[in-house]
Design a protein around this ligand. Structure first.
Ligand code: HEM
Length: 200
């Protein structure tokens, strides 16, 4: 059995810290939004949510820098020529092939560790949703300094709705993400890789 070292220590540290911070933000956000004092009292949820938001921002910046200088960024470059074909193969596999024991359409290699669907969803999450979530969070935190209304609508309301929508979209990503990671060679292959660094 061959093994590839695909997840360097910095990436694994970032990933698990990021997951803890995201889950903390999610739980405290839900506790505040639905006033679930049994989950966490509001007065505690607010500072914890703010702190995890600030740390999540730093963690996101670390991911950008790591991808830029750590070599991992190459896995986020899409090949637009083969993308439609690769995406089709992957979607077909997840919706049909996997249930009839077809072989995985994508071979993991040192040059390409992410299949087209993974690459696309990680790009969407890390380069679109996450920065928007972070900016809307900071705007929420400093909303007293913003104009009261934009086009006749309350600024805080717009920011709150945007932040909420992005939070729900990230939760949706997390649910799909945790399912998809179990679809490797065995259900634990990807999880073991993200823990040890080695993809077997
Ligand atoms: C408990 C929650 C989580 C678990 C169990 C988990 C598990 C994993 C595993 C096993 C992988 C490696 C397989 C692969 O490359 O697809 C992975 C990769 C990844 N995960 Fe997660 N994850 C969690 C939460 C998150 C969250 C909250 C985010 C983002 C907000 C995230 C973003 C990513 C990214 C971007 C990668 C690819 C990293 C790279 O190789 O460049 N994960 N995750």
């Amino acid at each position: 059995m061959s093994a590839l070292y695909l997840y360097p220590l910095w990436l694994r540290t970032w990933h698990w810290l990021n997951a803890i911070l995201f889950l903390t933000s999610l739980v405290t956000g839900i506790a505040m939004h639905f006033s679930l004092s049994w989950l966490m009292p509001f007065d505690l949820a607010v500072p914890v949510h703010n702190a995890s938001g600030v740390l999540l921002t730093l963690s996101w910046i670390a991911f950008l820098i790591g991808n830029l200088i750590g070599g991992n960024g190459k896995h986020y470059r899409l090949n637009f020529r083969t993308l439609p074909r690769d995406l089709y193969a992957q979607v077909r596999y997840y919706s049909y092939g996997i249930f009839v024991n077809e072989p995985h359409p994508f071979q993991v290699s040192a040059e390409h560790k992410l299949n087209a669907l993974q690459a696309l969803s990680y790009i969407g999450v890390m380069y679109m949703l996450m920065p928007l979530l972070i900016v809307s969070g900071w705007a929420f935190l400093f909303s007293v300094h913003l104009p009261e209304r934009v086009f006749g609508v309350g600024t805080v309301w717009i920011i709150a709705m945007l932040h909420l929508l992005l939070g729900w979209m990230m939760l949706l990503f997390l649910i799909v993400h945790t399912y998809i990671i179990t679809t490797g060679e065995t259900p634990m292959t990807n999880l073991k890789a993200m823990l040890s660094g080695w993809h077997k």
